[in-house]
Design a protein around this ligand. Structure first.
Ligand code: IMP
Ligand code: MG
Length: 184
């Protein structure tokens, strides 16, 4: 799927596929350096992080194992409900492991701060976060995100794993939607 397939639904491309690739290469280089010689478990947060996980994992030189969690914090709309629920837990026991959470985007930070305390209680050797995108509100919660791709404005974005009502995840870039898509 590309820009042309979006017709009038696309407002603009915010981050192109090339920019994403270049950023993931930078992040992978840092992660490789930080975890040299260690076994790392990367944990993707479904469904938004699927693209970041797939591309980041293939860019890393570090051998990783991969696991997935599904949590719900947003309904069908664009605002966080503040309620986090585990829809799918990890298959792996993470105690004593170096765990790197991979996220698509940090908005309110509610999901991540909840996830951090949940995973921390399972006794990992280390626990860090890699997020492709971060919005300004994330600064309001006290979470230390070691690897951040892009700081973006406070706009709702879709593509590269991110959805609006489950659509637009398979765009190769990150973009914003035209108001009519939201019924505006
Ligand atoms: P938070 O709890 O507000 O930090 O948001 C957590 C989750 O909401 C993210 O992992 C995304 O799945 C989703 N989300 C937040 N902002 C956006 C957006 O702009 N577009 C699509 N999904 C978003
Ligand atoms: Mg997510």
């Amino acid at each position: 799927m590309d820009e042309k397939d979006m017709g009038t639904d696309l407002a603009k491309v915010l981050i192109s596929k090339d920019e994403i690739d270049a950023k993931l290469a930078e992040l992978a280089e840092r992660i490789d350096a930080d975890y040299r010689g260690e076994d790392v478990l990367i944990v993707g947060v479904l469904k938004g992080a699927v693209m970041v996980m797939a591309d980041l994992a293939r860019t890393l030189h570090t051998p990783v194992t991969m696991d997935w969690m599904a949590v719900s914090s947003y309904g069908m709309g664009t605002k966080s409900s503040g309620v986090v629920r585990i829809l799918k837990d990890l298959d792996t026991d993470i105690s004593g492991k170096h765990v790197l959470i991979v996220e698509d985007i940090i908005d309110s930070g509610l999901t991540l701060s909840w996830l951090l305390s949940n995973l921390r209680s399972r006794g990992p050797a280390s626990l860090e976060i890699c997020a492709l995108l971060r919005k300004p509100d994330a600064a309001k919660v006290d979470i230390d995100v070691k690897y951040v791709g892009f700081d973006i404005p406070n706009e709702f974005v879709v593509g590269y794993g991110l959805d609006f009502a489950e659509k637009y995840r398979n765009l190769p870039f990150v973009g914003t939607l035209a108001p009519h898509v939201y019924g505006g």
